[in-house]
Design a protein around this ligand. Structure first.
Ligand code: ATP
Length: 222
C-alpha cells in the first residue's frame, strides 16, 4: 500500500481557497510542510496571506480544497489542535494591569510550566525577553511600550507556550531593521530545533533567514 505523504505532514494544504459574497479572498493554493521546516508566504497587499493563516489556525474554513494539521482538520476547540498550533495574527490582547513579565508567566503557567526552576515560568519569560532584547521592559505595563516593543511582546507571548507549529502573520510589523534581524534569527533557531513554521511576510530579511519553502500568492493572481 502507498501511504499518503500529506496525511503524515505537519501541514497539508491542498487546493485551499476562500470566497465570500462573490469575492475571492484566497485563490487555490497548495503546500506541504514537515517538522523543522519553514513555509514563508509572500505576496502583495490583499494577496490572501492572512486569509490562508486563518485557515491554518482554525479561525475560518476553506470554501474549496482542504487544510490538515497533523492529519486532522483545524479545530480551535480541540485541546490537541490547541497544543499543536501557536498563532499570532495581529497583536494578542494584553491585560492593562499586568506587567510584561507577569503576562508571559500567566501564559506559561496556564500551559503547564512550573513557577520556578530552569523550565519554570520565570526562566521562560526572562529567556524570551532577553532573546527579543526587551528584558529591560519586564516590569512595564503594556501602555508604557512603543508599538515595536508591543510587537516583540506579542511574539514573546506566542513563543512562551508549547507548540509544534508556529503561524505568524508578518512578524516584522512595526520593527526596525535590527529587530527584524533579531526575530529572524530566533525563528530560524526554533526551526533548527524542530519547530514547524508558517510565516507571512513582506520582509526579504525574513525570507532569506527562515524559508525552506516559499509560497508566493501573487503567482496565483490572474
Ligand atoms: N472579512 C472579509 N470580507 C471580505 N473580504 C475580505 C475580508 N477580509 C479580507 N478580505 C479581502 O480578502 C483579500 C485578502 O486579504 P488578506 O488580508 O488575506 O490579504 P494579505 O495578503 O494578508 O494582505 P496584506 O499584505 O495587506 O496584509 C483582500 O482583497 C481583502 O480585501
Amino acid at each position: 500500500m502507498i501511504s499518503d505523504p500529506c496525511a503524515s505532514s505537519l501541514v497539508a494544504v491542498d487546493g485551499a481557497a476562500v470566497e465570500r459574497g462573490g469575492n475571492v479572498l484566497l485563490r487555490p493554493c497548495s503546500a506541504v510542510l514537515g517538522t523543522g521546516e519553514a513555509l514563508v508566504i509572500t505576496g502583495g497587499n490583499g494577496a490572501g496571506k492572512t486569509t490562508l493563516l486563518t485557515l491554518l489556525c482554525g479561525l475560518s474554513i476553506p470554501t474549496a480544497g482542504t487544510v490538515l494539521i497533523d492529519g486532522s482538520a483545524p479545530d480551535e476547540r480541540s485541546p490537541v489542535f490547541r497544543s499543536t498550533v501557536a498563532g499570532m495574527l495581529g497583536l494578542p490582547p494584553l491585560a492593562r494591569d499586568l506587567t510584561i513579565e507577569e503576562q508571559l508567566r500567566l501564559v506559561t503557567v496556564s500551559w503547564g510550566a512550573p513557577d520556578r526552576g530552569p523550565t519554570g515560568s520565570h526562566a521562560i519569560a526572562q529567556g524570551l525577553l532577553t532573546r527579543l532584547q526587551i528584558a529591560h521592559l519586564a516590569d512595564c505595563f503594556p501602555h508604557e511600550l512603543s508599538s515595536g516593543q508591543l510587537q516583540l511582546t506579542g511574539l514573546a507571548l506566542t513563543l512562551a507556550r508549547p507548540s509544534s507549529l508556529l503561524v505568524l502573520d508578518e512578524p516584522e510589523q512595526r520593527l526596525d531593521a535590527e529587530r527584524r534581524g533579531v526575530v529572524a534569527r530566533l525563528l530560524a533557531e526554533l526551526r533548527e530545533q524542530g519547530r514547524g513554521l508558517v510565516v507571512s511576510t513582506h520582509s526579504p530579511q525574513i525570507v532569506d533567514a527562515l524559508a525552506t519553502q516559499v509560497l508566493d500568492l501573487d503567482a496565483a493572481r490572474p
